[in-house]
Design a protein around this ligand. Structure first.
Ligand code: ATP
Ligand code: BTN
Length: 332
């Protein structure tokens, strides 16, 4: 989309974020375009999965309104509390915040950067699966960082991120937020957030870390494109924290968690895994490329691999191509 059209669309979203009706005429005057142009822009809103009511004689409205991320508040209140990140960028739309950070990394190497988007056209999960990312509904962000340690020293990092995020969300949730190995956050059996860690570099002393996080905030889907149960954080909130505040708290606590990880490694988080895991001590099923393995989850090793007690003894699995699923069956 051309920069000018994007700017108009942002203006339109800003005006309509109040959740009230706006006539086509008033919007046209406000934006300095024709009513036909407004009609086309409204079509674009729908393609970003923003629900719009159009009522003859009344105009257009976004039924629940939108709570937009305010870059000024974030930069003003958050940036000076972060020790690893010195730039926060808020984009209206992007293919994927993780892809964006990786492809723009060479423009500003060495600075820890955060990219947040209101909407993703190609949000992705592990193994290239789709991450559903309607505009303004959830939180989508990625943190990029050069680390003075090689990939071989990053054992358990992605689990530590999950533990940090889970602890923070538990402060705000009236129901327990738990982890499903390796990187999903669940409430009950429903997925509330996912983490995608991509690391590249050499094995010895340098790496680029890209941590992508999606947290469902108040997503309303007409038809669910998601093939598993999911839940919003707003369904379980115990305080009246808003979207900007929760994002700020998450960023600050992840920054602190990364600092702790860099000085102490995964060891200081490892025992917490058992407390935060949704299935610790329970029988689970691991789906691997070669088949399914059932076993009792008994913890994770120092690299973050999961350990199961199976009928053939203890077995350790690395996250790569493996997926964990709940299992109600008992072992023999
Ligand atoms: P794994 O245990 O292998 O991580 P997974 O099914 O959770 O399995 P992921 O790649 O982690 O797979 O996450 C992508 C999946 O998450 C999608 O296939 C879809 O089922 C689900 N999903 C996609 N978007 C959302 C969303 N916004 N909220 C919750 N779940 C989503
Ligand atoms: C998963 O559960 O597999 C991980 C989902 C990660 C989704 C986030 S949303 C922000 C960032 N950008 C992406 O394309 N993916 C991550």
């Amino acid at each position: 989309m051309k920069a000018e059209s994007l700017k108009r669309l942002q203006d339109l979203i800003w005006v309509m974020s109040d959740g009230k009706f706006h006539s086509g005429q008033a919007l046209a005057e406000h934006l300095g375009v024709s009513r036909t142009a407004i009609w086309k822009l409204v079509g674009k809103l729908e393609s970003w999965q923003i629900p719009v009511y159009a009522v003859r004689g009344k105009g257009y409205k976004i039924p629940e309104g939108l709570e937009l991320i305010d870059p000024e508040i974030l930069n003003g209140n958050v940036l000076d509390k972060l020790s690893l990140f010195s730039e926060i960028e808020v984009l209206p739309t992007v293919d994927s915040t993780s892809s964006y950070l990786t492809r723009t990394w060479k423009d500003k190497p060495g600075i820890g950067r955060i990219c947040i988007a209101e909407h993703q056209t190609m949000g992705r999960g592990r193994k290239g699966r789709k991450w559903v990312s309607p505009f303004g509904a959830n939180l989508y962000f990625s943190l990029g960082l050069n680390l003075p340690m090689g990939l071989s020293a990053l054992g358990g990092l992605s689990l530590a991120i999950g533990i940090g995020l889970t602890k923070l969300l538990n402060h705000h949730s009236k129901q327990k937020v738990a982890l499903k190995w390796p990187n999903d956050l669940l409430v009950g059996q429903k997925k509330m957030a996912g983490i995608l860690v991509e690391a590249s570099g050499d094995s010895n002393d340098k790496s680029f870390l890209n941590i992508g996080i999606g947290v469902n905030w108040n997503m309303q889907l007409q038809q669910s494109e998601i093939d598993q149960p999911w839940i919003n954080l707003t369904d379980v909130l115990k305080d009246d924290v808003d979207r900007n505040q929760i994002l700020a708290s998450i960023l600050i606590s992840l920054d602190q968690m990364l600092v702790e990880y860099m000085s102490k490694g995964f060891d200081s988080f490892r025992n917490e895994w058992n407390q935060q895991s949704a299935y610790y001590g329970q029988v689970v099923e691991l789906h691997t490329r070669t088949g399914k393995v059932a076993g009792k989850e008994i913890g994770v090793d120092k690299s973050g691999a999961i350990i199961l007690a199976t009928n053939e003894g203890e077995k350790t699995f690395y996250s790569g191509e493996v997926s964990l699923r709940a299992n109600r069956k008992k072992l023999d």
